[in-house]
Design a protein around this ligand. Structure first.
Ligand code: UD1
Ligand code: MG
Length: 343
């Protein structure tokens, strides 16, 4: 993707994620074989940012280790005083940067690069200081609501906990993804307060601050409402996993694999399938498994880190791990094979 002017990204990943009811930091919970924050880093990769910053706090060391190799600079937010405070923590790391900054939440693993690129393009075209991503949800509960004026222009974002009964009925929500010019961003952040129901510095307040200073806030309406999902609970964690698994299954079917019941099939992101394989229902294939052409995997099989030659048949409910099976082999139903060499 072509880049017109410098672009930095800030990924917010310091929060505990209280609603997950977990001892593990929220952004480290796995969604489709990876910590959810890694999906966010992958979504911004094609944008070729000049600088990537991750705000870390809760379980800082574990989050930093997870982010190793992504090129993100980790900045520590010692106390989690809200999303606005989290972005303020990045100010020093951005001292020598000028240009646009995109801000994303580490708990939004379903975003795709093309929509982020479209949002940045819309921001540049608009000439605005601030662009936000919004979308309409059938159930907007827990998201920040977009308050607009009679002309449909964005006025402010109101969080669920601060919203009136009338405001809670608004279905247009804040996706938690922003693109702002650096000089505007930190000027606006210097004005936010903790005067709200949660006593936190809300990043969302920069929207109202822009409007009050006479600046129009541009919005990019996300064309796929389900992609803005912010994972705050185990239910949303399962939804995110399901969505990415389904995307992967569609890709595989479009590339020529038969999935007999795709709703029940899990094929990990690093798995490679040859041509014309058939996968029965309730099959899981994970790790770095490689299947050559014409393999048949019957219902209920579980394969992890396997290498299968051409036309291998795996019987129903077999468990095969770390094995290399020669072309034409057959594995009996219900067998359990682990780490045997070439059979
Ligand atoms: C936030 C938005 C809300 C939006 C929603 C989209 C605010 C105030 N609200 O709400 O309008 O609809 O996302 O999913 O921004 N974090 C930190 N440091 C902190 C607090 C949070 O790094 O001090 C990180 C969290 O780790 C998380 C992200 O910021 O990755 C968002 O925080 P979260 O508590 O999930 O905000 P929401 O209530 O979902
Ligand atoms: Mg959230």
């Amino acid at each position: 993707m072509a880049k017109a002017e410098p672009l930095a990204a800030i990924v917010l990943a310091a929060g505990k994620g209280t609603r997950m009811k977990s001892s593990l930091a929220k952004v480290l919970h796995h969604v489709f074989f990876k910590p959810m924050v890694m999906h966010v880093l992958e979504a911004i990769e094609p944008l070729q940012c000049d600088l990537k910053i991750a705000i870390v706090g809760h379980q800082r060391t574990a989050v930093e280790q997870t982010l190793e190799g992504t090129g993100a600079v980790c900045v520590y937010q010692a106390e989690q005083n809200g999303t606005g405070h989290a972005v303020l923590c990045a100010e020093r790391a951005l001292e020598n940067f000028s240009g646009n900054i995109i801000i994303l939440c580490g708990d939004s693993p379903l975003l795709l690069p093309q929509h982020l690129a479209e949002m940045i393009e819309s921001h540049r075209r608009s000439g605005s200081m601030l662009t936000i991503i919004t979308t309409k949800l059938d159930d907007p509960t827990n998201y920040g609501r977009i308050i607009s004026d009679e002309a449909g222009l964005v006025k402010e974002v109101v969080e669920e906990k601060d919203a009136s009964i009338e405001q809670k009925k608004i279905s247009e929500i804040n996706a938690g993804i922003y693109c702002a010019r650096k000089e505007f961003l930190f000027e606006a952040l210097s004005k936010i307060t903790t005067d709200n129901a949660q006593g936190e510095m809300y990043l969302t307040d920069i929207v109202g601050i822009a409007v009050k200073s006479g600046l129009a806030v541009n919005k990019y309406i996300h064309p796929e409402p389900s992609h803005v999902l912010g994972v705050n609970s185990r239910v949303e964690l399962a939804q995110a996993h399901h969505t990415i698994r389904h995307r992967r299954n569609l890709e595989l079917m479009n590339a020529g694999t038969t999935l007999e019941n795709p709703q029940t099939t899990t094929i990990g992101p690093q798995v490679q399938l040859g041509e014309n394989c058939t996968i029965g229902q309730n099959v899981t294939i994970s790790g770095t498994s490689q299947l050559a052409d014409n393999c048949i995997i019957h219902a209920g099989a579980f394969l992890n880190n396997v290498e299968l030659g051409d036309s291998v048949t795996i019987g129903p409910n077999a468990v095969v791990e770390e094995c290399h099976l020669k072309g034409g082999s057959t594995v009996a139903p219900l067998s359990h094979m682990k780490r045997s060499d070439s059979t």
